[in-house]
Design a protein around this ligand. Structure first.
Ligand code: COA
Length: 378
């Protein structure tokens, strides 16, 4: 790689950069250049971060991130480095800065499209930890296809305090039991005689707390069943649920399955009542959650998987810390064995605004959480 620029700074673009930006556009993009008028508009747009890389007064590249109000998804609309600046790490620096701006803007994903034959750009994204999640065939005027990439952002916020040991769910239906295992370990509960915190115990917990069916596939766990199972292992739970009816019945048309779900969930509710598990008929609010976490507690919270992985299925995550800006979660789901590690799914800071959208689940946007208290000090 060539010599790196000595004093590279990345800053927000100004209208005085427009001539230099046009020169870069003309140099690197044969078609589809951003016009002077659009550049001017984009530089002052509130829902965009327009970043410029400058070395000793010379503008060497830019990155443009666009936001959509009300979502945690940002889009890298364009990135470019002047010909003579390429291959010196400037693209990489711009990409990192774009990620930091997107995260500070409350986004947890950065997405982009890139021509499949643009080897330098594809290399830049792959080395930057982006994952290809789709392809648009025949996307460009010359029929070339576009690869769709995304990265889950974690910002540079260091993890807060001591974190519960992470446990990765080993099936796509055991997010609840994986959170329960993390909580049991945090509260220093031993697994029952002869068991270990492993896949066998994860599936045992699932059998103890499952609803049997979900809208599709095998059953998930709802808060009553999970609280009853946790109580059995010595973990005290409070249920916070703004849902009056039963869980996961939306879209489940099969009458027999609905009947079975009714029986199972009614039974869990009766057991929860017998066990004296408190039920708060509303969502777990920010203040209560913050206080719970400050006192060494944890919350297992149902989220709408759409914000995390573009999948509408309900999903349980473990919340273990919060501050003024973020909640910190362990997401038991690790996206892909090759591309994401447990590190990327543990201690994830989620901006409050995104979190508050995530916890509204289903067509009626209800909230459900299990608040766990324990004497574990941090
Ligand atoms: C894509 C682009 C922004 C990369 O900027 P850059 O400053 O040259 O990239 P960097 O020097 O930071 O290199 C980043 C990575 O890409 C790789 N890379 C850079 N140039 C490359 C090339 N010509 N071929 C293959 N890989 C290349 C580097 O190996 C580096 O990986 P590493 O950090 O693991 O070593 C730049 O090539 C460019 O402006 N291209 C034209 C515009 C464009 O295509 N933009 C993207 C539209 S989606």
């Amino acid at each position: 790689m060539n010599k790196r620029p000595s004093a590279l700074t990345i800053r927000k673009a100004r209208t005085s950069d427009i001539d230099a930006l046009i020169a870069i556009e003309d140099q690197v993009f044969p078609t589809d250049r951003i016009s002077r008028r659009s550049l001017k508009r984009l530089i002052s747009r509130k829902t965009a971060s327009f970043l410029v890389a400058e070395d000793q007064g010379e503008r060497l590249g830019y990155a443009l991130v666009l936001y959509r109000t009300g979502t945690a998804l940002a889009r890298l609309y364009s990135i470019a480095v002047a010909d003579h600046g390429q291959g010196k790490g400037i693209g990489h620096r711009l990409l990192e800065a774009a990620e930091a701006y997107a995260f500070d803007h409350g986004c947890i994903f950065l997405r982009l499209e890139v021509r499949a034959d643009n080897a330098p750009a594809v290399a830049l994204y792959q080395h930057g930890g982006y994952r290809q999640f789709g392809i648009y065939a025949d996307y460009y005027a010359d029929h070339a296809s576009a690869l769709r990439f995304e990265k889950r952002l974690a910002g540079t916020t260091p993890p807060r305090g001591k974190q519960p040991p992470y446990y990765r769910q080993s099936t796509d239906f055991t997010c609840g039991p994986a959170c329960m295992i993390m909580a049991m370990r945090w509260f220093k509960k031993r697994p029952p005689q002869g068991s270990k915190y492993d896949r066998r115990f994860e599936l045992k917990l699932w059998r103890e707390a499952t609803t049997i069916f979900m809208t599709s596939g095998v059953g998930g766990c709802e808060p009553f069943g999970m609280s009853v199972a946790l109580l059995k292992y010595g973990v005290q739970a409070d249920i916070w649920s703004s849902r009056k009816g039963l869980f996961f019945l939306e879209g489940l048309r099969n009458k027999e399955r609905r009947d079975v779900m009714n029986v199972v969930q009614e039974d869990f509710r009766a057991q929860a009542m017998d066990g004296g598990i408190p039920l708060h008929p509303k969502g777990l609010d920010r203040k209560t959650l913050h206080l719970l976490l400050e006192q060494g507690g944890l919350a297992i919270v149902l989220i709408n998987g759409y914000e995390m992985f573009r999948d509408d299925e309900p999903h349980w995550v473990l919340v273990h810390a919060s501050d003024d800006h973020h909640v910190y979660i362990h997401d038991p789901w690790v996206e892909d064995e090759d591309l994401e590690t447990a590190d990327a799914a543990s201690g994830l800071p989620i901006p409050w605004a995104a979190f508050q959208r995530m916890i509204r689940v289903g067509r009626d946007r209800r909230m459900a959480a299990i608040a766990l208290k324990g004497g574990n000090s941090r």
